[in-house]
Write a protein that binds this ligand. Structure first.
Ligand code: E4P
Length: 218
């Protein structure tokens, strides 16, 4: 499973990149607003080292303005994926952008039917928000499983990008469910490294070794 970082803070993405977790990046208006920086400046900096897709979200909600924004965003880098909302205008814009060869990520997906519509219209990626579903008493991971089944049944090539990930358990569950990608908040990416038995095991090995030097470093 590919892992993206869900952040508009460039330093956080760079740190995760050094640990091998950055196959792409997702941003959204809330994340960008939390930085007090210009959207374009953030994307320019990410574009210097991120090799995979960088999702940039439209602010417009009507078809014509979405297209204008999307075409502009597409000039911001070599691997921009335009994030469009799962709305009727969003789907019309998706069809046009598909014909123009522009990568897309359909956001705010909460049902199998929405994921089906996005795939039929040629989405590059579809983003089911699993944490927000869980927050409302629904089954986020179950939605990933169901979309996987439908996409496999009909051979859709749209990638499933599990979004709104809240904890490390979510990551392993969506990986088991066959998600193509998970976009990780930096704190979740960091927590994936940890296990108390790893720390305890290392401490015991080093205690047993004592004060002696490593034979390789003598
Ligand atoms: C990513 O593309 C989404 O915008 C993001 O994962 C949403 O996460 P949230 O539900 O924690 O805001």
């Amino acid at each position: 499973m590919r892992t993206y970082i869900d952040s508009a803070f460039v330093d956080e993405v760079r740190e995760a990149d050094e640990l091998g977790l950055v196959d792409g990046v997702t941003t959204n208006p809330s994340l960008v607003s939390s930085t007090d920086r210009e959207y374009r400046d953030i994307i320019d900096e990410l574009d210097e080292f991120v090799e995979g897709p960088i999702s940039v979200e439209v602010i417009a909600t009507d078809y014509e303005d979405m297209l204008e924004e999307a075409r502009e965003y597409d000039t911001w880098g070599d691997n921009i994926a335009v994030k469009l909302p799962m709305t009727r205008d969003g789907m019309r814009a998706l069809r046009t952008l598909y014909d123009e060869g522009i990568q897309t990520n359909i956001t705010l997906v909460f049902s199998v039917n929405q994921a089906l519509i996005a795939a039929k219209n040629g989405a590059t990626m579809v983003s089911p928000f699993i944490g927000r579903l869980d927050d409302n008493g629904h089954d986020g991971v179950g939605l990933i499983e169901d979309i996987r089944t439908v996409y496999d049944n009909y051979g859709f090539e749209t990638d499933i990008l599990a979004a709104s990930i809240r904890n490390p358990r979510h990551v392993q569950e969506v990986a088991k469910a066959g998600s193509d990608i998970a976009t990780l908040p930096p704190e979740v990416a960091d927590s994936m490294f940890d296990h108390p038995r790893t720390d305890g095991g290392l401490e015991a090995f080093l205690d047993d070794w004592g004060d002696r030097e490593s034979p390789a470093l003598k």
